[in-house]
Ligand binder design. Structure first.
Ligand code: NAD
Length: 420
């Protein structure tokens, strides 16, 4: 039974994506897929991605029935609120959806809508594949060495939103509790203080690491690296590492070995059919991204590490205009580019829609439409290699020609028709 939508309509011709008893998606050839174009440049990249994904679906004998829903600025205009029930219900009911960026004010105003959405839909894993496409300029000399998939925990850590503002009664109570009852006397400097709480749970850690290991096994990847700062934050980030190893041993004993076992029992040569589970301290990992790129494959991280690390990794393969992502829950997917709403370029038909298009590609993979997903990747790669690109790439390649967002997307659509 459909939710009663107030201001949006369910497309008449589409069917629902459902799940089986294992929460695996069951996908018809004509699904309804909600889309939030988003704020700022979302109005440019949203329609561009829709056009490309339509072409890939049609070229492989399918049809996407888009259901436009609203959040942020566009929702304030229609509903006088940032995140209306219509939108949350549509994302829940239709299970797989895609969104553009949403603006979050810094320091004041409302909390991040992205964080709210991830919480409301319990999208606990943020997945960011980071691979290099031929022709994309990069600040490093061998960008093709990077082929990583980052799994970032999405619901806890310092992003839980448990924060107390300087000067309030609440922060004073927390300070007194910490100092007087818990015995951390004189640890916090006198004077105004803001305090945040960093919860890392066994439940949150294990479901994230499970997802990362399952992905590594299904996609024939060599390793999963737990990235943490457990040397300093022993009971939060250190616990993340310990629970990660524990999960691997409890649930994937046959399919995984630890890095210690790799050296003790296999002389550093992993058998083909196992995934090596290892861990790295976050600051070291940021160096290794650059210096030993090819040794990393799938990474699993708490929320904040994942935020920093996936932007750094994204820079190595060509920056924010390219980097795709998706948020995963049980039987639920919300694809979204890594970049934000870049307000200074909003509505100019100027920015690069590749990140949104490749987020759509990730969504197609989650639907099991691998042929359509490959068509999208091949077409974007061919387009960028042709040097007919948006401004951000054009200014970095010799002999490039600058296209508008919509022109760039139209040419990708043409390529999909030619490739199919
Ligand atoms: P941003 O990613 O919006 O933009 C930073 C810069 O990156 C831009 O000025 C532009 O030079 C470049 N850039 C970004 N996307 C591009 C594209 N598609 N093509 C070409 N160049 C591109 O980051 P910001 O300025 O820090 O954030 C702006 C707003 O977006 C903030 O309100 C922030 O909270 C929000 N944000 C939202 C999300 C999300 O919705 N998931 C993610 C990050 C930031």
């Amino acid at each position: 039974m459909s939710h009663e939508y107030e201001q949006v309509e369910v497309p008449a011709d589409g069917e629902h994506i459902t799940v089986d008893e294992n929460d695996e998606l069951v996908v018809p050839d004509n699904p309804v897929i909600p889309i939030i174009h988003g704020d700022g440049i979302g109005t440019d990249v949203g329609p561009a991605a829709q056009a490309v994904l339509n072409a890939a679906a049609e070229a492989t004998g399918r049809e996407i029935n888009w259901m436009r829903v609203y959040a942020g600025e566009a929702a304030r205009e229609r509903y006088d609120e940032n995140l209306p029930d219509d939108t949350v219900e549509a994302l829940k009911e239709f299970r797989v959806s895609i969104k553009g960026p949403l603006t979050t004010p810094v320091g004041a105003g409302f909390r991040s809508l992205n964080v709210a959405l991830r919480k409301k839909l319990d999208l606990y894993a943020n997945v960011r594949p980071t691979y290099h496409l031929d022709g994309v300029p990069s600040p490093v000399t061998a960008p093709e060495k990077m082929d990583m998939v980052n799994f970032r925990e999405n619901t806890e850590d310092v992003y839980a939103g448990i924060e107390f503002e300087a000067g309030t009664d609440e922060v004073q109570q927390v300070k007194e509790f910490v100092e007087e009852e818990m015995g951390f006397d004189s640890t916090i400097h006198d004077g105004p203080v803001g305090i945040g709480i960093k919860p890392i749970t066994e439940f949150g850690t294990k479901r994230l690491v499970r997802r990362a290991i399952e992905y590594a096994i299904a996609n024939d990847r060599d390793s999963v690296t737990l990235v943490h700062k457990g040397n300093i934050m022993k009971f939060t980030e250190g616990a993340f590492r310990d629970w990660g190893y524990e999960l691997a041993e409890e649930e994937f004993a046959e399919e995984t070995i630890t890095e210690d076992e790799l050296w003790d029992e296999y002389d550093g040569e992993a058998p083909d059919d196992v995934v090596v589970v290892k861990d790295r301290i976050a600051d070291n990992m940021l160096q290794q991204l650059l210096t030993r790129t090819e040794q990393y494959d799938v990474l699993a991280m708490p929320n904040l590490n994942g935020d920093y690390l996936s932007d750094a990794a994204g820079a190595q393969i060509g920056g924010l205009g390219i980097a795709p992502g998706a948020n995963l829950g049980e039987g639920r997917v919300l694809a979204e580019p890594v970049h934000g709403s870049a307000p200074k370029y909003a509505g100019q038909d100027k920015v690069n829609p590749s990140a949104m298009i490749l987020s759509g590609r990730l969504m197609l993979e989650q639907l099991g439409w691998h042929d359509a997903a490959e068509l999208v990747r091949d077409a974007v790669e061919a387009q960028i290699s042709s040097k007919r690109v948006t401004y951000d790439i054009e200014r970095q390649v010799e002999g490039g020609e600058k296209l508008a967002t919509s022109e760039f997307a139209d040419e990708i659509v043409e390529r999909i028709h030619d490739l199919a």
